[in-house]
Design a protein around this ligand. Structure first.
Ligand SMILES: Nc1ncnc2c1ncn2[C@@H]1O[C@H](COP(=O)(O)OP(=O)(O)OP(=O)(O)O)[C@@H](O)[C@H]1O
Ligand SMILES: [Zn+2]
Length: 894
């Protein structure tokens, strides 16, 4: 038996190191700090001798033989340690009075931590898992094993000869457990590590360091490593050694010279001044006094001022390390007077490989793809990645992809691709269903939108093509053209706008769903505005089938209108049945089936105008209320943009409702990609393709039979004037019937003349006008403008000079003719706006007027030169004006 007061354990250095590791593992389970067991460290006597460098001694009569009877782990001879082990608090050390003052404030009798706020309580040294292996490696050290309760927590202990090594049964987190303790353990921060090591080895230490960079990239860890390295006693290059007295004190949170400062406390008036006063005093045992201030952007101006004012006067041994995620919030003077170290985001590959090492060490099985995925989702933050892994490790022995998706609350790329495919394909009901499904249980709308945006970016960057899943293959088979890529990039724009809206919205799920439905309209609006040819190319097979269903026998490729043939009626009924079938509301479905009917469908350049008829005005208004649902169903069936018009059946004569005063309409966009619904319509349709593609507007044709279709269908037709497409418009007569579908192209030369802010732009120019879709010059009267009745008044040469004006904001159209025409009509829209191209100054009404309404009327009246102002003043003067119809959009939204 050795002298109880002085045990000198002369053991080889390797064993000393093992012993030290155990000493370092004595930690408070609640704080991971060594403080409660610091007595052991204090009791160590460090001696250097020539043979093995270091010998370790216990002083103060450490009792041999393991825990004493009352379970105090043999610490009875350590005055004061009993209280510490039982959760008592250390008295402030007079040598560190300044900090002790602060510390005394931190005393919390319920605190199961070390009781010292400024200790390295955040410095975990979980090496406990190695204890057993240590024991195996060093059987001589094997001792008793037992359990005791400290601070209300059950601890296991092992007694290795003279050492008592309590260890917590479960580490707190992988992130803490694997916090780097040496520069070479820092992942992905080689430049910083090399630079800091270089500073130490060359002895060029300044007083103020600023570590900045994204969260979880190792700033705090590096600051601690640097602080320890500054005082490490090792002569080796590898510093901090983690083994010398300074390192042990430091990492155990017992260093009197190096502290981590609580930002909130130091902000209190006078605290920083006291700290600096204290700092100026000589270090207790170390070379440097190091003060680490995390989240330094929270320091107040006054606190900063104190630091900055004293920087120049600080003695050589004082080092401040400030940490912040961003330099932006710091005073500029602070930034410029510091040595700045930027901690960049850690590369995904580095993160994944670190996760792999952790898994191996933790005996976790893993799928490499899952680790890669975690790395990719952690946005360069190793801590985030470790936290995810930590949580996943609780779910099972193996880290898998599906587990990861579920835990993180994200959906797999395949699921996203599927959703995107549905959305781009205008599969309204399935898009809504799938999006709701995902957002209901799996993913937050904000997360979904960001994932979708990322995925689209990956697709655009060509990063997403690999992978063998069926969904992936299908998606990339169906969306490979240039046009598809354009659609995707426009979809990105919609998503980014939606994301902004979502931030302020309480109903995120709905708005995101709405945005998804808009993705399919990207095609028409975007391509209309950019490349009409591309627009034409993107006909979806389903769209074509449907088109054939109503294809005119005349086989005229140009858009035109044909009268509904008797044998088309069956197909219209069939279409209507299909459309109502997919109406989500069953009451609406019944109502539409019973009371409504599809009287005509006009398909033109991927756009359809569907006319509905109801027998009673009440039904009309009821249907009007549900126009969106109706349009949605029709667009699903027709596979293209649909504008619906809801009319009272012509034969109806209900008093006071002879006509539906204001035709209701909507244009509902969709792409031509269709995926759901049976294709029976198309098959059926193809058999009967002798019917009209562009079934007629009966009322219009009756009133305004303009000519005969130039091809052989024999139908009476009114050709739709088809200018080079940029946006299509429907013109309606005063009864609200469609007069024609027209398209206009901006007329660039005029554009500069339009006063800013008026919202108008000039439409087709003379040359463009001449590219009217009418096939033959003699058909000119059949063109769009004729439907206004203008040709009756205009010579054809004048007609060809007509100019279209487009109201940008709401897609309104007004028409005018150039100045030099003999007849110069003004088009009067909304009773508020008048336009004329007659003067060089392109005038419009005052800017503060209301915008055009959807049912804006288009008037024209003749007056050789009619100054706009006069037109404005006489806007209520109807004489001479001629209401030709309403201008309604039926195509692009832009
Ligand atoms: N570069 C790194 N190398 C190794 N581990 C790291 C690194 N960065 C972060 N970690 C892991 O993340 C945990 C947190 O790291 P640390 O506190 O140093 O990050 P930080 O940049 O200071 O974050 P914050 O700005 O949020 O305080 C560490 O315990 C460690 O497990
Ligand atoms: Zn050291």
């Amino acid at each position: 038996m050795m002298d109880g007061r002085r045990h000198s354990v002369d053991i080889p250095i390797s064993k000393t190191l093992v012993a030290l590791r155990r000493v370092r593992s004595l930690r408070d389970p609640s704080t991971n700090s060594m403080s409660k067991f610091s007595a052991l460290v204090d009791s160590l006597n460090w001696e250097t001798n020539s043979s093995n460098g270091i010998s370790l001694r216990f002083v103060n009569g450490f009792q041999e033989g393991g825990p004493d009877n009352n379970g105090l782990l043999g610490l009875e001879n350590f005055p004061g340690q009993r209280e510490e082990l039982y959760g008592g608090l250390r008295k402030p050390d007079p040598n560190t009075s300044l900090l002790a003052n602060e510390e005394s404030n931190a005393i919390d009798h319920n605190d199961r931590g070390c009781g010292i706020r400024c200790c390295w309580s955040r410095t975990p040294r979980f090496r406990e898992s190695n204890l057993l292996s240590d024991v195996e490696d060093n059987p001589l050290l094997l001792g008793e094993v037992g359990e005791t309760i400290l601070s209300g927590q059950k601890w296991s202990w092992k007694c290795f000869n003279n050492e008592i090594t309590p260890y917590s049964e479960s580490p707190r987190s992988l992130s803490q457990k694997f916090r780097p303790k040496a520069f070479n353990e820092l992942v992905g921060q080689n430049v910083v590590a090399r630079s800091l090591l270089g500073a130490i080895s060359r002895g060029r230490i300044t007083s103020f360091y600023l570590f900045h960079g994204p969260r979880g990239t190792g700033k705090t860890s590096a600051s601690r490593i640097f602080a320890a390295a500054l005082n490490c006693l090792s002569l080796e290059e590898h510093r901090p050694c983690g083994l010398c007295r300074e390192c042990v004190l430091f990492f155990s949170g017992r260093s009197r010279d190096s502290k981590e400062i609580d930002t909130v406390r130091i902000n209190q008036t006078g605290r920083m001044r006291s700290l600096i006063k204290h700092a100026i005093g000589r270090p207790v045992s170390s070379r440097f006094k190091v003060f680490i201030i995390d989240e330094c952007h929270l320091l107040r101006g006054e606190t900063w001022a104190t630091v900055l004012n004293s920087l120049d006067d600080l003695p050589q041994h004082v080092v401040f390390i400030m940490i912040t995620p961003s330099l932006d919030k710091l005073p500029r003077s602070a930034v410029s007077r510091s040595q700045r170290y930027h901690f960049p985001k850690i590369k995904d590959a580095d993160i994944a490989s670190k996760l792999g090492r952790i898994c191996v060490e933790e005996c976790l099985e893993f799928d490499q793809v899952a680790l890669d995925f975690i790395a990719a989702k952690s946005n360069g933050s190793l801590r985030d990645a470790e936290m995810m892994l930590d949580q996943l490790s609780l779910l099972g022995k193996r880290i898998t992809m599906s587990m990861t998706y579920e835990l993180i609350g994200i959906v797999s790329d395949d699921e996203l691709l599927d959703l995107l495919d549905l959305a781009l394909s205008s599969d309204t009901s399935n898009t809504v269903r799938r999006a709701r499904e995902l957002m209901r249980s799996r993913i937050d709308p904000m997360q979904l939108i960001s994932q979708l945006a990322n995925l689209i970016m990956d697709i655009l960057a060509g990063k997403c093509q690999e992978g063998t899943s069926e969904v992936r293959r299908n998606f990339f088979e169906g969306h490979t053209s240039e046009v598809d890529l354009q659609k995707l990039s426009h979809a990105l724009k919609i998503l980014s706008e939606t994301e902004k809206q979502l931030r302020a919205s309480k109903n995120q799920t709905t708005w995101l769903t709405v945005a998804l439905l808009q993705l399919s309209s990207v095609e028409s609006s975007f391509l209309d505005a950019n490349d009409s040819r591309a627009f034409l190319r993107t006909e979806h097979p389903r769209g074509e089938n449907v088109k054939r269903l109503v294809t005119c026998a005349c086989d005229n490729n140009k858009p035109h209108i044909c009268e509904v043939q008797e044998d088309c009626k069956g197909q219209l009924e069939f279409l209507w049945k299909q459309a109502t079938e997919i109406c989500q509301s069953s009451s609406l479905k019944n109502f539409l089936r019973k009371q409504g009917k599809l009287s005509s469908v006009i398909v033109s350049q991927g756009m359809a105008v569907a006319e509905l008829e109801f027998q009673h005005p009440d039904y009309v208004s009821k249907a009007e209320k549900s126009w969106k649902l109706i349009a949605s169903s029709l667009q699903s069936i027709l596979g293209c943009n649909v504008e619906i018009r809801i009319n009272l059946a012509p034969c109806t004569s209900v008093k006071g409702y002879a006509k539906v005063k204001k035709p209701s309409f909507s244009f509902f966009s969709c792409s031509r990609r269709m995926r759901l619904k049976s294709h029976s319509t198309s098959e059926h349709g193809s058999d009967q393709s002798d019917c009209s593609d562009f079934t007629s507007e009966k009322a219009m044709i009756r009133d305004k039979t303009i000519g005969t279709c130039s091809s052989d269908c024999g139908s009476q037709v009114s050709h739709v004037c088809y200018l080079r497409t940029e946006a299509a418009r429907t013109l309606r007569n005063r009864e609200g019937n469609v007069l024609g579908i027209g398209t206009i192209t901006p007329h660039r030369p005029f554009q500069d003349e339009i006063p800013k802010g008026t919202g108008f732009e000039v439409g087709s120019s003379k040359e463009e006008q001449s590219s009217c879709g009418c096939q033959e010059p003699e058909n000119q009267p059949n063109c769009l403008f004729n439907t206004f009745g203008l040709h009756k008044k205009l010579r054809s040469s004048e007609a060809s000079q007509m100019t279209c004006l487009r109201y940008q904001a709401q897609n309104k159209l007004a028409l005018s003719v150039p100045k030099n025409t003999s007849f110069e009509p003004y088009f009067w829209a909304n009773d508020r706006y008048a336009f004329s191209s007659s003067s060089n100054n392109f005038n419009s009404c005052p800017r503060d007027e209301d915008g055009l309404r959807e049912d804006s009327k288009v008037h024209c009246w003749g007056a050789p030169t009619f100054p706009l102002k006069k037109a404005w003043q006489s806007r209520h003067r109807r004489e001479g004006s001629n209401l030709v119809g309403w201008v309604l959009p039926c195509g692009a939204t832009k």
